[in-house]
Design a protein around this ligand. Structure first.
Ligand code: G3P
Ligand code: CA
Length: 362
């Protein structure tokens, strides 16, 4: 779906000189008529603070802990099956490096301009991939989670959708490296749409939000499915498809009033690095930026990532003690973002985020 031609066309449409020319979309449902809906908790890679990320066990726990949406990051296998992994390089989250039968699959590739060495999902059929065991990505930070190493598998997107439907929660899939996957003939968009269709979710605006750090694939998906779309924005850099097309569009330029208006032409929300909403000075959060107000004015909701309970992942004013891996005050952090007006939080610890949200709502 993301052909070279369409990427170039979208890139051209998003050049800075034409940002203000794109049509604005109708207000997103979550902020319809100026009424802000109840904020949501999104289980980031599942309840990945307590289970190895992107496993069915992590997603199930996130649902139990009150997440309204579960978040699978999506990459492709060699035979075009979408699976939930944060990266297509899987040595950090599976036991592939310990499997002699796959030793010769180790490779170095250039992904989004950077060399990466390891084992890649696109070099495995799904039948091969499902023989691997998932493992905790951050064993030093979350040693308790290593108890599950070897017990869990890499789920397909289809399995994640089946779980979400069965449990009555939403799904917030992210396309990972869509330009790269397109370049190797494994475009992510077609299987994503097919999976949504198979579960009658291709017109489920309140149940599916598709997100990406790139732009072109979201513009295209907005034209073929009737679900919500969220543009991810980082605190630095630029979407890789825009870099590849040489448009000059950066995440910073996308967050100017004109840039936000351009996003509203194809998206319903912005998924922002949390520092973009509560900037830090000297390590501590300060007063909110204009991002939430500007996004709401354009009819876009704002979901921030990522709230994690360990001290090292939060601003200094929420930390408790000096141990980087010890829990800080994520409850207070969550409420600070709710006070700043966000419409949702991605969290590795949906239990804490849900409790903070419930108390904040009163
Ligand atoms: O998709 C929201 C957040 O997950 C973005 O960061 O790197 O965890 O996918 P990442
Ligand atoms: Ca993600």
């Amino acid at each position: 779906m993301t052909t070279r031609k369409t990427v170039a066309a979208v890139a051209a449409a998003l050049t800075l000189s034409t940002l203000t020319c794109l049509p604005a979309q109708a207000a997103a449902p979550a902020v319809a008529d100026g009424e802000q809906a109840t904020p949501i908790v999104i289980g980031h890679r599942g309840a990945s603070g307590y289970r190895p990320e992107h496993t069915l066990a992590a997603y199930k726990l996130a649902i139990k802990q009150g997440a309204a949406y579960i978040e699978p990051d999506l990459v492709s296998t060699r035979d075009g099956v979408l699976v939930a992994r944060h990266e297509n390089e899987i040595s950090g989250t599976t036991d592939v490096a310990d499997r002699p039968e796959f030793a010769d699959r180790r490779a170095t590739k250039v992904i989004d301009g950077d060399p990466v060495t390891g084992w890649f999902t696109e070099d495995f059929t799904y039948a091969e991939l499902k023989t691997l065991n998932a493992k905790e990505r951050l064993p030093q930070v979350r040693p308790d989670n290593t108890a599950f190493d070897g017990e869990l598998k890499v789920p397909t997107f289809d399995q994640v959708l089946e779980l979400a439907r069965k449990r009555g929660v939403g799904v917030y899939p992210e396309t990972k490296h869509p330009t790269y996957f397109d370049s190797i003939g494994l475009s992510l968009e077609e299987p994503l749409v097919a999976a949504l269709q198979a579960h009658d979710l291709d017109d489920a605006e309140d149940e599916v939000i598709i997100q990406s750090f790139e732009v072109a694939n979201l513009v295209e998906l907005d034209q073929v499915v009737d679900v919500d779309i969220a543009q991810l924005v980082s605190s630095s850099g630029a979407p890789y498809d825009q870099v590849a097309a040489g448009t000059g569009v950066t995440y910073a330029s996308m967050l100017t009033p004109a840039g936000i208006e351009a996003i509203a032409a194809y998206a319903d929300g912005i998924g922002a690095n949390k520092d973009l909403v509560l900037p830090r000075t000297g390590g501590a959060t300060t007063t909110p930026s204009a991002l939430v107000d500007d996004a709401h004015a354009a009819g876009l909701v704002v979901h921030v990532w990522t709230l994690r309970r360990e001290n090292q992942f939060m601003a200094t004013n929420f930390r408790v003690g000096a141990d980087r891996n010890a829990p800080g005050d994520m409850y207070a952090e969550t409420q600070a973002f709710l006070d700043a007006g966000v419409d949702g939080v991605f969290s590795d610890n949906p239990d804490i985020a849900s409790a903070a949200l419930a108390d904040w709502l009163g």
